[in-house]
Design a protein around this ligand. Structure first.
Ligand SMILES: Cc1ncc(COP(=O)(O)O)c(C=O)c1O
Length: 350
């Protein structure tokens, strides 16, 4: 029995969206019969080729359950017991993973404030020191997020500059790609252009926010810098026994253009939303809209009234900044309806 209205959509999170119909079809196709467990199935075997097609011949893919798990597995694979991770203060690993990197991975996070969620070599240097100091947790990896938690997008040149700098210092680069497809769509570039070719060592590849039911992948790009992913994935509780149902979803997403179609659409809806809300007096867009997120400041009472009509979150409780997210199933009508509702609530306030 259906217990929700499938026509109701909001702007709270790309995770609020359901499963893309093409992914549901693929899941049904993978059903039936017996297949090897824990990755010993034909879908997971095929996924290696699919990921190599996107990331180059050295890439190795390890499906996982979720983004937090993919991050914690990846970060452990490029650090030692005394290792630390440099990341932006706003990084998901710092603010939205309940301390999992620290508690489950045993990793200290060395955070850096950034204006737009993006690290630079100069910002990394604020924490990249003390390499010969036994008293300091040793910076061993820099984690960047693409697109960032603030909806901004690194250029390939920016990522390359980070990778060159970080490698010179003897550290590795992890890329949290929960929204990596939105980045490729925004840049108009293949995935390898801002990962493999820029020097990234390991990626948490997101699928859930781009229309999967569940699933993320750890993608090793430089096997020389990464160790023991199979063991770390299991220890981190990320090894799916019926892995074929995670793998087939990525096959559906990445074998054709579904990944890019869905992400491009979500980004286009965010740009439409940005245009709409910028035209409403009293709304300030606070970040560049370079993916599927719009951040804005507006009177708190207006946001609270609007939240009774559409779901969305306050990003910053102290400033009242809000975050509006679009997803693969956001329609132009959703965006225009929301913009009209915002304009109504804004005038009701006057
Ligand atoms: C930047 C980023 N990384 C990782 C994740 C993955 O999180 P989860 O463990 O909920 O799949 C998210 C989800 O919100 C995210 O925004």
């Amino acid at each position: 029995m259906r217990r929700h209205d499938p026509e109701v959509r909001g702007f709270a999170s790309d995770n609020y969206a359901g499963v893309h119909p093409e992914v549901l079809t693929a899941l049904a196709l993978a059903n039936g019969g017996h297949q090897g467990s824990y990755g010993g199935d034909v879908y997971t075997a095929h996924l290696q080729e699919v990921f190599r097609g996107h990331f180059g011949p050295a890439a190795e893919v390890f499906p996982a359950f979720n983004g937090t798990g993919a991050n914690v597995t990846s970060l452990q694979a490029v650090t030692e017991r005394w290792g630390a991770v440099i990341c932006a203060e706003t990084a998901h690993i710092n603010v939205d993973e309940c301390g999992a990197p620290e508690r489950m991975g045993g990793l200290k996070l060395l955070t850096v404030p950034t204006p737009d969620g993006k690290l630079t070599p100069e910002l990394i240097d604020l924490q990249a020191f003390g390499f010969d100091d036994e008293h300091r947790a040793q910076p061993q990896v820099v984690s960047i997020t693409q697109t960032t938690e603030l909806g901004t997008c690194y250029t390939p040149e920016e990522i390359k500059a980070i990778c060159d700098h970080v490698h010179q210092l003897g550290m590795s680069v992890h890329l949290d790609g929960a929204r990596i497809a939105n980045a490729a769509a925004s840049l108009g570039l293949p995935l390898a252009a801002f990962t493999t070719e820029a020097g990234v060592d390991i990626v948490s590849f997101g699928g859930t926010k781009n229309g999967l039911m569940l699933g993320e992948c750890v993608v090793v790009l430089d096997p020389g810098r990464v160790r023991a992913i199979p063991h770390l994935r299991k220890m981190s509780m990320q090894l799916a026994s019926k892995m074929r149902f995670v793998s087939v979803q990525f096959d559906a997403l990445l074998s054709g253009d579904l990944w890019l179609r869905s992400a491009s659409h979500a980004n286009a809806m965010a740009r439409r939303l940005e245009r709409g809300v910028r035209a409403v007096d009293g709304v300030t867009v606070t970040q560049r809209v370079e993916s599927n997120a719009v951040f804005a400041l507006l009177p708190r009472e207006v946001s609270e009234r609007l939240q009774k009509r559409y779901r969305f979150y306050f990003w910053n409780q102290s400033t009242g900044e809000v975050r509006w997210m679009c997803s693969f199933d956001t329609t132009e009508q959703d965006v225009d309806g929301f913009t009209a509702a915002l304009a109504e609530e804004m005038t009701a306030d006057a």
